[in-house]
Design a protein around this ligand. Structure first.
Ligand SMILES: Cc1cc2nc3c(=O)[nH]c(=O)nc-3n(C[C@H](O)[C@H](O)[C@H](O)COP(=O)(O)O)c2cc1C
Ligand code: SF4
Length: 483
């Protein structure tokens, strides 16, 4: 992963833990309304992909035990990992693109409600993503993938050559020379692996996205509702389709790109379709970016505009993340796919303990507060969820009490210690296992390996009934803590 040049090392800063009475009287542990339902606390576990479903995307026992473990910590809300709305192969990532996924998801919602003693609501993050190929061997790229055009013939001066001669010639050139003959997109495909963009309107399936996505998202939302899941988080963040429509880099000319209102058009249309399908009673919100954190990308002003428009449209909550784009991802090895959390924008999304003068804790607070202010100034009281490096009661409470956000989420801290919300609430904060922001978990995510935490995946391995990874080397869920 990318690291800031300063390379300053940070330790977790838990501050003072509250006693039980202080915790119970705190803002973090007071209820909040999300649309027509109420969360019992403003504590939140945002979406985290653990790579535990079947290859087809069906809920497994490992998926159930992963979410059950978080539910035992009784956060106000858990958001199920990014769950694919289309039936495209994507490894062991949950899917919801067909009714056959409903029974597994129903078991999941029952499991979470039971394990949390009814304290936790369960939302699901619905994702659409475009295709991405692994970085090819150069020879394979020139022989099979590159589409030879007249432009290549002209620039190489190869008018009389056969297509095969051109392919063979390109295969002999070094990187610098190729820069003279290939377009930037072709070079990107060669160096990073081919990746579809929402701006590829030359392909009919990309051109048609605005026509098909509202229904695909609505179908998925209806399935989630049928499965007893309590609400929907539309994934409008990071490197995926909907975020790419919102991006300042989206220059589609069909009314779905370019100006701010055109870029917001499809996200609003998707929401309108979902709302129509699931009704007003059912919570629907989205996760989007406070800043794309890439050159030429959307910034916090764009995000404030989107926030106001999404609130105006009637979203029940807005969750803010940042960065996590393909645009600045590191070059993958040959045979591997690019991963959107390896560049600087990825760092902004999941900052690690090696940081700059701003540190890894709370980098998303200031932009989120600006966006929330814009939404409040426009007259909307939509709850705003904030995440990014939060691992202390003091910090969460300060954020809420200063009006920077309405709900404070923690992903990696909750992974390091799924019981931490309950420990804090019971006045037992000293027992919290603090995340060190090592990003070991994120490294596993990058390799599509079952996600675990380095603080607990090798301990108490010989306890009875410990679920282990396929190689038997890691435990799959955090050791049990009894209150
Ligand atoms: C293993 C892992 C998987 C993640 N998967 C998702 C995901 O599916 N959807 C999403 O919006 N964010 C995902 N994230 C990002 C987190 O939700 C969160 O925004 C980020 O980790 C910053 O919060 P934190 O500092 O509390 O960890 C993931 C993070 C991790 C560590
Ligand atoms: S592996 Fe554990 S300690 Fe390291 S960042 Fe992930 S959750 Fe935190």
């Amino acid at each position: 992963m990318w690291k800031p040049t300063e390379k300053i090392r940070y330790e977790p800063r838990p501050g003072e833990w509250p006693n039980k009475i202080q915790a119970e009287g705190s803002t973090w542990f007071t209820p909040i309304k999300i649309g027509r339902i109420q969360l019992k606390a403003r504590t939140w576990v945002p979406a985290m992909v653990p790579w535990r479903s079947t290859e087809e995307g069906i809920v497994t026992d490992q998926v159930l035990s992963w979410y059950e473990r978080f539910a035992k910590g009784q956060p106000g809300c858990i958001v199920i990992e990014a769950t694919g709305i289309q039936e495209v192969p994507s490894g062991p990532l949950l899917r919801i693109g067909h009714d056959r996924f409903i029974p597994g998801l129903k078991e999941l919602s029952d499991t979470v409600h039971l394990a949390s003693g009814g304290q936790t609501k369960l939302f699901i993050q619905l994702i659409d993503f475009l295709s991405i190929r692994r970085r090819p061997e150069p020879e394979k790229y020139f022989q099979r993938f590159l589409n030879i055009t007249d432009a290549h013939r002209a620039v190489i001066g190869a008018e009389g050559w056969t297509e095969q001669e051109i392919r063979d010639h390109l295969n002999t050139l070094d990187s610098n020379e190729l820069g003279n003959y290939l377009t930037q997109r072709e070079l990107d495909d060669l160096r990073m692996g081919a990746r579809e963009r929402v701006t590829d309107v030359q392909f009919d399936h990309i051109k048609q996205l605005p026509n098909v996505l509202p229904e695909l998202f609505s179908d998925a939302a209806e399935r989630a509702q049928k499965a007893g899941i309590d609400g929907i988080e539309l994934h409008y963040a990071h490197a995926y389709t909907m975020a790419s429509f919102l991006s300042r880099k989206n220059n589609r000319e069909d009314g779905y790109g370019g100006s701010l209102d055109n870029r917001a058009r499809l996200p609003l249309e998707v929401f309108a379709a979902v709302r129509k399908r699931v009704g007003d009673e059912y919570p629907v919100g989205c996760r989007f970016l406070s800043d794309e954190c890439i050159p030429g990308g959307s910034d916090v002003d764009d995000a404030a505009y989107f926030g106001v428009e999404l609130a105006k449209a009637g979203m029940d909550f807005l969750s803010l993340s940042r960065g996590g784009k393909f645009d600045d991802a590191k070059q993958p090895g040959v045979g591997e796919a690019a991963y959107p959390y390896t560049g600087q924008s990825g760092y902004e999304c999941m900052p690690s303990y090696i940081s700059d003068k701003f540190g890894p804790f709370g980098r998303n607070v200031e932009p989120t507060a600006l966006i929330r202010n814009a939404i409040r100034d426009a007259g909307f009281d939509t709850p705003i969820v904030l995440a990014g490096g939060i691992h202390s009661f003091e910090k969460a409470e300060a954020i809420l009490n200063s009006g920077e956000a309405d709900i404070v989420a923690s992903a990696r801290q909750a992974l390091a210690d799924p019981d931490w919300f309950l420990k804090v609430k019971l006045g037992r904060g000293e027992e919290v296992r603090l995340c060190t922001y090592s990003n070991y978990c994120e490294g596993l995510d990058q390799k599509h390996k079952v996600v675990t935490c380095k603080l607990w995946d090798r301990i108490e391995m010989d306890e009875p009934d410990v679920q282990k990874s396929a190689d038997g080397k890691r435990r799959l869920i955090a050791p049990i803590w009894t209150a």
